[in-house]
Every structure is written in structure tokens, then in C-alpha cells.
Design a protein around this ligand. Structure first.
Ligand code: TA6
Length: 276
């Protein structure tokens, strides 16, 4: 159902079992997810900026075709700051889903000279949220891309969470510019963290005192774990100073080897969150 969220056009999903989500057309950004019978699981900053050109601080920004500043494009690409089209939204017997689309235009081609079609499918059902990004090359030559679902998970207190499933994975630590292999049983966050984990093959589990979240991914080989912590958060105009404690970004990503997509080909990647 088309609605408004923070004054912006959005689609509200509600499954018959009560699971719900809200997706802004701006950036095709999921900004709320409540599993059936449960509370909000995503963080959204009350100081977020919305509308033309803004990137909204929270929810699940879609990153394409460049991650962070790993290339000449605007940081994290350009699709999170553009208006997408709603192609379809429906509530079925057990779930509710919406499909949003974005294609290249003069402005995107001025930044990145390729023809593409993106489709983001968001589906809620019972205790799960599935978000799938499909990328099609609609031009006549190959292009390479990176992509991520930059998920801001909402947590009660970040110092109390444990993120398991990354033991044995190689990671790049951006706070020190060094590479490591994670030997810890679980990731704990007690200071700024900004890591890309490579070759992640198993589902992750985020445990809090009162609740858990299972995080699965398909076709996204990397996981980014990020929390800006106090000093960087204080410098962010769109984040309240204490809100870094309520966030853990766990992002399904394709970064290390930008994917070459030939003319006429399609790729898809999915992230699934399962509340417990
Ligand atoms: O995914 C983590 C990251 O790349 C961090 O380095 C961090 O600065 C961030 O994304 C947020 O970027 P943004 O452009 O949304 O402020």
C-alpha cells in the first residue's frame, strides 16, 4: 500500500500474520521491519535527512555500483539517493511483498556510463524479512559492480551484543588498515568497528540479552560490520550523540571482486533476517 513516511512516498507491507515493513521509494530503503508479534528490529536515526539527494541514516540503504570510496563515484554509489519506482506491492495468503525498480537515466549515465535495471524485492512473513537485489545489464557491453545491503540493526545496547558466525574468517580492519583472521568466538563491540569479512559461508547470529537475530545471505560473499562509536558519531549531523549505542550495521556485501556482468545478464543477491 502506498503511504507516506516522514513526509516521503513509501510502501507499507503488512502480512496477514502481522509482520510488517516500510520501504521508502527514495533509495528503495527499508526503514522499518517488525516481525509478527515482535517490536522494531531496524535502527532509524531520528535526525535522518530525507528527500532529494539525501542518504537516510538507518534501515537498509542499497549500495550500488560502488562500495564506500572504492572508486571514483559518490560514496556508496548513487542509488541510495535516488527515487525508485514501485512496480508491485501485494499481500498474499502468508506474506506481503513489494518490488521496486530503478533504471539508468541521463544523470546516472553522466556518473557511470552503463545501462542497468535494478529490482529490489522486499518480503515479510512471520519472523522473517527477505530483501533481494537483482541487477540486470541492459546495455551492450560488460560492466563491473559492487553492491551491499547496508543493514542498520537496532540493538538495545551495542556493548552487550555478540555476533557469531565469523570465526576463522579473514577481515580487513579499516580503523587500523590491517588484515586479520578472526579467532574470537563472537564479535563484541566496545569501540569503533569497521571491518569487511571475506568469504563468509555460514549464517550469523546476533545475540542480545533478550533476543536473537539470524542473518543469512545468498550470493553476497562478504559481511561488513560497522559501528562509528562515540567520536565519529558525534561528528555526524544526522545521528544523535548517544545513538551509536543502538546500532550495529551488519551488511551483506559484494566488494572484494567487483562482479563483471555481461550484456543481457542478471545477478541477484539476498539477505534474510530471522527474528528470535
Ligand atoms: O559500511 C561501513 C561504512 O563503509 C563505514 O566506513 C562508514 O563510514 C559507513 O559505511 C557509513 O557511510 P555513510 O556514507 O552512510 O555515512
Amino acid at each position: 500500500m502506498l503511504t507516506e513516511f516522514a513526509g516521503q512516498p513509501a510502501v507499507a507491507l503488512r502480512a496477514p500474520d502481522g509482520a510488517s515493513a516500510v520501504v521508502l521509494l527514495h533509495g528503495a530503503q527499508v526503514v522499518s521491519w517488525q516481525p509478527a508479534g515482535g517490536g522494531e528490529r531496524l535502527f532509524l536515526s531520528e535526525r535522518s535527512r530525507f528527500g532529494e539527494g539525501a542518504s537516510v541514516r538507518g534501515g537498509m540503504p542499497v549500495i550500488f555500483p560502488q562500495f564506500n570510496e572504492r572508486g571514483p563515484l559518490p560514496r556508496h554509489g548513487f542509488v541510495r539517493t535516488r527515487a525508485w519506482q514501485l512496480a508491485r506491492s501485494e499481500a498474499g495468503a502468508g506474506d506481503a511483498l513489494a518490488v521496486l525498480q530503478l533504471t539508468d537515466d541521463e544523470e546516472t549515465r553522466a556518473l557511470w556510463p552503463h545501462s542497468f535495471a535494478l529490482e529490489l524485492t522486499v518480503c515479510v512473513h512471520d519472523d522473517r524479512l527477505d530483501v533481494e537485489l537483482a541487477v540486470s545489464n541492459t546495455g551492450d557491453s560488460v560492466f563491473d559492480f559492487m553492491a551491499a545491503l547496508h543493514t542498520y540493526l537496532g540493538v538495545a545496547e551495542v556493548e552487550s551484543v555478540r555476533l557469531s558466525g565469523l570465526r576463522g574468517c579473514r577481515y580487513e580492519d579499516f580503523t587500523t588498515g590491517t588484515m586479520h583472521v578472526d579467532e574470537a568466538e563472537a564479535v563484541r563491540v566496545i569501540e569503533e568497528i569497521d571491518r569487511i569479512y571475506y568469504g563468509v559461508g555460514t549464517p550469523l547470529v546476533l545475540s542480545e540479552t533478550q533476543r536473537r537475530l539470524r542473518i543469512e545471505a545468498a550470493n553476497f560473499p562478504e559481511v561488513v560490520v560497522w559501528n562509528p562509536w562515540q567520536v565519529k558519531a558525534a561528528a555526524m549531523a544526522d545521528l544523535a550523540p548517544a545513538d551509536f549505542r543502538r546500532i550495529l550495521c551488519v551488511e551483506a556485501a559484494l566488494i572484494e571482486k567487483p562482479l563483471p556482468l555481461a550484456a543481457g545478464e542478471q545477478w541477484w543477491g539476498r539477505q534474510t533476517l530471522i527474528a528470535g
